[in-house]
Ligand binder design. Structure first.
Ligand code: FAQ
Length: 331
């Protein structure tokens, strides 16, 4: 039905107008694009980039919270945190699997992460010095992740959209358990309430940065919206998050660290102060407090896991040989 993009002598995909138009028609008709469907090279590249970054974020995102598993204040908190961190690992694996359907291998994606070529979310480059940070990550970071990911359940690429459904259900649980940790602290002793406020002060702005650069500086938004990979712009989602979260902070008796944050009757939204984009780009480019540690930890885990990958491969090869021998014997 559609002419597939042709690979030119320079390796670039030559896509004729008719193919691009037919593809866009499928997108506009809300058809899901599946792995074996023809797709423009740019669409595939955008998905590999975004899903890869998303997968890396889930896996690197295990580190700041993993840091507190041995020090959680009660057995119940420890069990919930352990389960949450494992959930994030599972999300990373679904997402790597979704990216693999586009013809990229997990090894390749991991190498790109470790070499600094592939990004992961800026938020995971901030340290977690207090237990309150574990509550705040659930409340704000998982809260922001849900706000961004609910629309991704309607992403035009089938495997990504389907992976997001389960991920969002689990993130909702994480958000609630995080909010409950912060609520316990906020309703506790003055010192505990101060811990919660201090944590909110440190995570508020980085959480707003998770949504990416403002729309005028977002390189990919326009095309990603046209392809219905993204359904809302970065600023639209950021505003939705602020509108949902400020009343939650008020309920806890905490204050977001933004003197310009106030309800605007006319717009029906909260106004907010200017985001420090220099800080955002510094962190994205590797200059955050924890960037070096995060990549070093990922590299160590990848290197330490080499024997598992080799053993799994050897087992798979042996199994394939046995099956082949059985097939020959049966002939
Ligand atoms: N950090 O043109 P745009 C989670 C990069 S999951 C670092 O606006 P786009 C779960 C962007 O890649 C959190 N880099 O890009 C959890 C691009 O660079 P490139 C992750 C960022 O793709 C919770 C450049 O800036 N979620 O938290 C960031 O259209 C708790 C220009 O930006 C996802 O990945 C950033 N914050 O929009 C786990 C969701 N923002 O590639 C553990 C899926 C932007 O050209 C514990 N991703 N950049 O070199 C998305 O929705 C989009 O990719 C955006 C960015 C919205 C993140």
């Amino acid at each position: 039905m559609y002419s597939q993009g042709l690979i030119g002598a320079d390796g670039a995909t030559q896509e004729d107008e008719a193919f691009l138009e037919a593809f866009q028609k499928r997108i506009d008709a809300e058809e899901k694009i599946e792995p074996n469907d023809p797709m423009p090279g740019g669409y595939r590249k955008t998905l590999v980039r975004q899903i890869g970054q998303h997968a890396h974020s889930e896996i690197v995102g295990m580190l700041p919270e993993g840091n507190w598993i041995t020090r959680a204040p009660t057995l119940r908190r420890k069990a919930a945190l352990l389960a949450k961190v494992q959930d994030e690992g599972g999300h990373g694996l679904y997402l790597y699997a979704a990216a693999e359907t586009l013809g990229v291998s997990r090894e390749q994606m991991t190498e790109e992460l470790l070499s600094g070529k592939a990004k992961y979310s800026s938020i995971f480059n901030y340290p977690t010095p207090s237990w309150a940070d574990i509550g705040t990550i659930g409340w704000l970071v998982d809260g922001a992740a849900i706000m961004n990911q609910i629309p991704l359940c309607r992403c035009s690429y089938g495997p990504y959209a389907r992976a997001m459904i389960r991920v969002c259900k689990e993130e909702s649980f994480h958000q609630r358990q995080g909010y409950e940790i912060v609520m316990t602290l906020a309703k506790g002793s003055p010192e505990q309430k101060q811990m919660a406020q201090d944590s909110l002060d440190r995570w508020w702005w980085p959480a707003l940065m998770m949504f990416g650069p403002s729309d005028k500086d977002s390189a990919h938004s326009e095309q990603s919206m046209a392809w219905k990979i993204k359904r809302f712009t970065n600023d639209e989602l950021r505003q939705q998050f602020i509108d949902a979260t400020v009343p939650q902070a008020e309920f806890l008796g905490l204050k977001v660290p933004d003197p310009d944050c106030r309800w605007n009757k006319e717009t029906g939204h909260y106004d907010h102060g200017e985001i420090d984009w220099d800080e955002f780009w510094r962190v994205v480019k590797g200059g955050g407090r924890m960037n070096r540690d995060r990549i070093a930890d990922r590299k160590k885990a990848w290197d330490d896991g080499a024997w598992v990958r080799e053993a799994a491969l050897a087992h798979a090869e042996k199994r394939r040989d046995r099956m082949e021998a059985a097939r020959v014997a049966a002939e």
